[in-house]
Design a protein around this ligand. Structure first.
Ligand SMILES: *[C@@H]1O[C@H](CO)[C@@H](O)[C@H](O)[C@H]1NC(C)=O
Ligand SMILES: *[C@@H]1O[C@H](CO)[C@@H](O)[C@H](O)[C@H]1NC(C)=O
Ligand SMILES: *[C@@H]1O[C@H](CO)[C@@H](O)[C@H](O)[C@H]1NC(C)=O
Length: 339
């Protein structure tokens, strides 16, 4: 599986050239957060382990919430390393741990969410335990990057509870306060750089837009993201002032999603994502989701003919083609991570 990742990226030498500019030399990646970066921590009952997840790469489910590679895979390849193994498989021997470790769990958040899996605080505690087991040394950490994803499960939980739109700003503030503490904690453990993903345009997720504003993105949804990202930006600046060094980097996923979804509009002839807000895999009706089967084993979902032409795989996750486009939009801004 990882060999395949390599052969794909070797076909794109530009990425590797960039990863090896002097001043880089980062050799390990540690992931925290949710399904946008999870590469297999979910248990066998997780959606990410069901067909047709993984249908494009590697051809079967591997615990990734997409038809193929997810953001972690792109960042790891860009660094010139293999994707770090999921925490769940840490006992597989020292050799596989060489590239860091992935502590992210799909469905989770900074706070507890609707999914029963380790929240970010707990994920960081797992990292601490791994360090205590001496699986990674202080020196390893000096050449490490942490990638932290917060893609919106906290907001989903908040709005599903008794959270109101009116009190959302206060919620965002408390969310980012906790997120900042988490980032400081990760850096405090010795990780050299902490890359925090801004939140994507929530109003463009099929789950949101399909209900209210399709074929447009929901303006309210996107304004939640914009506010979140503003507060995040301030908090990252503040953290960097404290460390007197650019330890913390905001990865602008919002702009990258927007660019990836819109970029083709200007080139209708080569349109890759003709209908970017439409998900490729969906339930046969609203009672079902991508990956569902009924009790007789009958498929209760349909998959589009060309996943490569869809930006979204399911109601919240990009396809591999989607992540590819997001990564392309971000690539030039990632140098700052190596500085
Ligand atoms: C994270 O989960 C742990 C264990 O369930 C819990 O004790 C803690 O309060 C949670 N942290 C946050 C910030 O929600
Ligand atoms: C609902 O609101 C009450 C009072 O503001 C608060 O104590 C409680 O934690 C909230 N419940 C949820 C699920 O957010
Ligand atoms: C989508 O946007 C177009 C152009 O702004 C607008 O005319 C249309 O009414 C919008 N559709 C919905 C469902 O909001």
């Amino acid at each position: 599986m990882e060999k395949l990742i390599f052969s794909l990226f070797l076909a794109l030498p530009l990425i590797f050239t960039e990863a090896h500019v002097p001043g880089g030399g980062f050799t390990k990646l540690f992931d925290f957060g949710d399904s946008y970066v999870d590469t297999g921590n979910g248990g066998r009952q997780a959606t990410s382990w069901k067909k047709p997840y993984g249908i494009i790469f590697p051809g079967k489910p591997t615990g990734r919430y997409s038809d193929g590679r997810v953001f972690t895979d792109y960042i790891a390849s860009w660094m010139g390393i293999r994707s770090p193994i999921p925490y769940r498989w840490r006992k597989m021997g020292k050799k596989v741990q060489g590239h860091g470790m992935n502590f992210a769990y799909g469905g989770t958040g900074v706070f507890d969410t609707l999914v029963k899996a380790p929240n970010m605080t707990t994920q960081i505690n797992l990292f601490q335990q791994v360090l205590e087991e001496k699986l990674h040394t202080k020196r390893d950490l000096k050449s490490s990057i942490a990638l932290v994803s917060l893609a919106g499960n906290d907001y989903a939980a908040y709005l599903a509870g008794n959270g109101t739109i009116q009190s959302l700003p206060a919620f965002t503030t408390s969310l980012i306060r906790q997120l900042s503490l988490n980032m400081k904690h990760i850096h405090g453990m010795g990780v050299r750089k902490v890359a925090i993903m801004a939140i994507q345009p929530l109003g463009c997720l099929p789950q949101v837009s399909a209900l209210t504003s399709y074929p447009n993105c929901s303006v309210t949804g996107n304004s939640i993201s914009k506010f979140h990202n503003q507060i995040l930006e301030k908090s990252v600046q503040k953290l960097n002032k404290e460390t007197k060094d650019s330890v913390y980097i905001k990865v602008d996923i919002y702009s990258a999603f927007t660019a990836a979804m819109k970029s083709q509009e200007h080139h209708p002839g080569t349109s890759k994502f003709k209908d970017p807000l439409k998900q490729c895999c969906r339930g046969v009706n609203s009672a079902y989701s991508c990956g569902d089967v009924d009790k007789n084993g009958a498929y209760k979902y349909v998959v589009c003919k060309k996943p490569n032409s869809a930006f979204f795989w399911d109601s919240v996750h990009p396809t591999q083609a989607g992540w590819d486009a997001v990564f392309s939009a971000l690539k030039s801004s990632l140098h700052i991570l190596l500085g």
